[in-house]
Design a protein around this ligand. Structure first.
Ligand SMILES: [Zn+2]
Ligand SMILES: [Zn+2]
Length: 82
């Protein structure tokens, strides 16, 4: 995951770039097109979490420090610290 800042309006957006190279990106906010260069690929790390209600496990991307999750099996919502 790469955080991009638009040179036009400063809007930031997260995009998943796993490949090295240069990419044309269009800002979601102001429609400016700009080029980004990915010089190293950093694949998103995944981790397993277990539902506190039913124990069902699923893999989630480690993005940020806390994620609001909803169990696919029983529908329980909880906040998971990463
Ligand atoms: Zn913009
Ligand atoms: Zn569950």
């Amino acid at each position: 995951m790469t955080r991009l800042r638009c040179p036009g309006c400063g809007h930031t957006q997260d995009m998943a770039f796993d490949l090295k190279g240069s990419w044309r990106v269009r800002c979601h906010a102001c429609d400016t097109e700009f080029t980004i260069y990915v010089i190293s690929s950093s694949p998103v790390e995944y981790t397993f979490v277990a539902c506190p209600e039913c124990g069902d496990t699923e893999s989630i991307p480690r993005l940020g420090e806390q994620l609001q999750l909803t169990c696919n099996s029983c529908g329980r919502s909880w906040v998971q610290s990463l």
